[in-house]
Design a protein around this ligand. Sequence first.
Ligand SMILES: Cc1cc2nc3c(=O)[nH]c(=O)nc-3n(C[C@H](O)[C@H](O)[C@H](O)COP(=O)(O)O)c2cc1C
Length: 288
Amino acid sequence: MTPVFCRAFHQLNLTDGWLSPYYRVSTNVPRDKKLKKFLQPFMENDLPVIVQLMGTDPSLLTKVAEQMVFLGAKGINLNFACPSRQVLKSGAGGALLKDIPLMVKIVKSIKNALPKSSISAKIRCGFEEWSESKKIIPALVESSALDFIGVHFRTVKENYSTVPLGVERLRSIVALADEVPIIGSGDIFSTEDANKLLELGCSGAMVARGILRDPFLIHNLQHTVKNKLSPEDGRKYFFSILQKTAKSDKKLYSRAKFLEYAAMMWGAKSKKFSKLKVLNEKDLLDWQ
Ligand SMILES: Cc1cc2nc3c(=O)[nH]c(=O)nc-3n(C[C@H](O)[C@H](O)[C@H](O)COP(=O)(O)O)c2cc1C
């Protein structure tokens, strides 16, 4: 979700709100200038923005949450999900699933400070085993601090591996969550995938890789669209809007980032990507 990505999304009305990627909070409360820089791309179109924070220190996270809300965020989401090795080493992200009291302390502290804002969490369904969700979900629910919980059905250990029928885990997670809405995450690439989550009892679907493979996916999930673009036409069209946006504001352009998008859209092993990755900076921006 770079500034160029957000702007292209806004131009095509592809979302009606944002849940930002995580903002890492580690040692101090950053200056407003830094926080504004993070928020700005999401706020360009006046859409509601929920900022995701990641960290381990309840009072520091609370201070940053207050500041983000002061600067315009409509809500705060806590990342208890990230499986990156570096993040886990620092005890943050998915590592917090192993410290339920600390997770609860963090969400309660933020809710106390911001009683009127939307407060939520993003988790994986366990660290080692998905049965850990039997303790994690009730503890989060009992905190009475959360408006919803986003749940990626894989455990931290499973990272992004294939988990046959893993999505079915969300059925028992929804039951454990009682009144707290569960927004399901993981492997949503089509309307059928999203509908499956609703059938399992989820209140919504959270898509990540799917919007790069089909940038119109969220839009198509939300609207009955008569003349849908095929995913391939959607990718080409979205890429052309990224190019147009970057041409109109050159500081938004990064060849490396565009190649990263192309690799996610068409696949790093695709013929298309092998043609794109040899293009120089200018040719990639002009490629049709
Ligand atoms: C490149 C990338 C970056 C991600 N960054 C975040 C993040 O900042 N915060 C978060 O909660 N999840 C993040 N995720 C995880 C997704 O939100 C999601 O739970 C996971 O990818 C499974 O869903 P998917 O199959 O729709 O991708 C990221 C995923 C990818 C692929």
